[in-house]
Design a binder for this molecule. Structure first.
Ligand code: GLN
Length: 483
């Protein structure tokens, strides 16, 4: 099955002209037909476009203009703008929104000749950890259909895990690439803040949002990041980065590197099997010749609280634009302008989005701003300094991705706090702006993936891939979900 192959495997076959890009598309759609009813990863499928793009890709290949992504079938999270193709953010508010432009990352993929299979399900406006906040459907974890795939990029992670695409893009504000990657047993990367352009990514919390890859292995993730990273004048927070090959150090040894394990990583709520998996993973690093030391991130315990002030504050401001006037849903029954605003927002947003808007509006309001938003921003700086201090003692930090493997659908929907706490290991990374990769660390007794997170200093992605690759090879996990 071509759909089960990696980007680099397919690239080799394409270059040798043993397969055509159209065959990849056909095979991916065959797989989608077979399993999508059970997984529900996609909000829209774009087969016609995919076949057209595959044809273009084939022309490029015949002319010898081949990039690593030429002719590769990818899935895109539905909060990344795609010209002429619906981009809903899994919200009623944008149910019929067709962007008139491509996000910068989409332009970059098109320039390489990549092929788009469809747009993936997510939590509404990327707010959530399970895809249960989608206004349209719940995505199921391919490893156990009664469980969530994680979120908010759950559709992208499930599509990659179920071989319904070769690789995918997601977005990560507090863990939304890494946590679903962990739950679905795939590789996910949250790049350094500023590494990938946010132009055309529907904004959730602008100081935290980053687009990144979800892929079947570490090399594929590096290939995908190489295509989308780099400076973009359309994003004022984009870093002045040259284009580079993020896979350039893959295969190099990691003997002598220092891996820090934060003592706070073994906190409350960490499930026994996740803990023992982390311990086994630490042993793998030692066997690879790395030096494993204990480090401390003393302010880690405040990260979730800080995030749930800063992210909603930014979201309440970013989501003010959905007022029924310029684009998106409008309630047509309202008799006057104020009612139109109120009804549009009452009907257009789901409960979690409303909760965030209310939280955010509250912490930014006069009288509370200093106590909440300002204080949270100060503690955010302390969290960032924790990482900078830790990186004086070690080269990389490892933690679990989540305190538990994928939970059951419905298990946490009535308890937002429990849902929020499941992001304890991923949230601090966005607050600090550093890059992190989530990759399989093992399987639980129930055959559920357990993720390992490797965190690096700002802009250390090339090295991060090198380390992650050595770990991946040493672990050698071959299991796939049985669908
Ligand atoms: N689960 C977190 C939240 O609900 C993170 C989401 C994200 O990274 N987009 O906000």
């Amino acid at each position: 099955m071509l759909a089960a192959k990696t980007i680099h495997e397919l690239h080799d076959l394409l270059v040798k002209k043993e397969i055509r890009p159209q065959e990849i598309v056909e095979d991916v759609f065959k797989r989608i037909e077979a399993v999508e009813d059970k997984v529900k990863a996609y909000l829209s499928l774009t087969k016609e476009l995919a076949l057209k793009q595959a044809e273009e890709a084939e022309k490029k290949i015949l002319k010898g203009e081949v990039s690593p992504l030429t002719g590769i079938s990818l899935a895109i999270k539905d909060n990344i703008c795609t010209e002429g193709i619906k981009t809903t953010c899994a919200s009623k508010m944008l149910e019929n929104f067709v962007p008139p432009y491509d996000a910068t990352v989409i332009k970059a993929l098109k320039a390489e000749g990549a092929v788009m299979v469809g747009k993936t399900n997510m939590d509404e406006f990327a707010m959530g950890s399970s895809t249960e906040n989608s206004a349209f459907q719940i995505t199921h974890n391919p490893w156990d259909l009664d469980r969530v795939p994680g979120g908010s990029s759950g559709g992208s992670a499930a599509a990659v895990a179920a071989d319904e695409c070769i690789a995918a893009l997601g977005s990560d504000t507090g863990g939304s690439i890494r946590q679903p990657a962990g739950f679905c047993g795939v590789v996910g990367v949250k790049p350094t803040y500023g590494c990938v352009s946010r132009f055309g990514l529907v904004a959730f919390a602008s100081s935290l949002d980053q687009i990144g890859p979800l892929a079947k292995d570490v090399r594929d993730a590096a290939i995908l990041l190489s295509a989308i990273a780099g400076h973009d004048p359309y994003d004022s927070t984009s870093a002045p980065l040259e284009k580079k090959d993020y896979a350039q150090k893959i295969g190099e040894e990691i003997k002598g590197i220092k891996i820090g394990v934060p003592k706070e990583a073994f906190g409350e709520g960490l499930e026994e099997e996740v803990k023992t998996t982390l311990e086994r993973n630490i042993q793998i690093f030692s066997d690879l010749g790395a030096e494993v030391i204990e480090v401390s991130l003393p302010h880690l315990e405040y990260a979730v609280a800080v995030y749930y002030i800063i992210a909603p504050a930014e979201a309440s401001s970013n989501l003010a634009r959905y007022d029924g006037v310029k684009y998106g849903f409008r309630d047509k029954e309202a008799g006057n302008l104020i009612d139109m605003y109120c009804q549009t927002r009452s009907k257009g947003f789901g409960p979690e989005v409303k909760r965030r808007i209310m939280l955010g509006t509250y912490v930014l309001s006069a009288g509370y701003y200093d106590a909440y938003y300002k204080k949270a921003s100060q503690v955010r700086t302390l969290i960032k300094e924790d990482f900078l201090n830790a990186f004086k003692q070690c080269d990389f930090i490892i933690t679990p991705v989540s305190p538990t493997p994928a939970f059951k659908i419905g298990e946490k929907t009535d308890d937002p706090l429990q849902m929020y706490l499941s992001d304890i290991y991923t949230i601090p990374i966005n607050l600090a702006g550093v890059p992190a990769i989530s990759l399989p660390g093992g399987l639980s007794k129930d055959r559920l993936p357990i993720g390992l997170q490797i965190i690096g200093p700002h802009f250390s992605e090339v090295e991060l891939f090198k380390v992650a690759y050595q770990f991946e090879q040493a672990l050698g996990m071959k299991e796939k979900p049985e669908l």
